[in-house]
Write a protein that binds this ligand. Sequence first.
Ligand code: NI
Length: 201
Amino acid sequence: MNNSGWPPTQRVSLLLPPRFDAVARFSMSVRDILKMGDPRLLRVAQPVTQFDTDHLHLLITDLLDTMRAADGAGLAAPQIGVDLQLVIFGTDAPNPRYPDAPPVPRTVLINPVLTPLDDAMVEDWEGCLSVPGLRGKVPRFNHIRYTGHDQYGDCIDRTVEGFHARVVQHECDHLMGMLYPMRVRDFTQFGFTEVLFPHLA
Ligand code: NI
């Protein structure tokens, strides 16, 4: 999910002395985020077979740094060109773009399985770091259970609803080659962030 319209990170960095800012950026492993149109975003990702490896931990560090640098609410491995079933999401703090939504716990979710718990769908606005500058209203299941593993191979099994459920569905769609515009049903509810939400652009 995309939270890039919110400016505090940029504001903070502008207040820092230039040298400090350059050093802080240099020490991070921020990767390029693929944009819609890149065929690597359309692949069905491969399952992770080995947990608690240096390679996996390094990948997760890169994903976290990249998500933070882009001010995102979540990021999937395919978005940095890595063909694995791995997503990260959550911030442990209220999301400024969704002030009424409960905070989503910081999570590394590997080889996820999502199960809707009923037929109820809810439409709400989404963005995506791979579809910069745009927002669309997307229908999602309101109640889901999701299972999978963390980077150490420990099981994750949660029943969630609302914004948390939406974030998980959005990120896990990336593992099936789905981008949110493919799920938009009403294209009168799709457009540029700077027009739809000038305060976020
Ligand atoms: Ni996305």
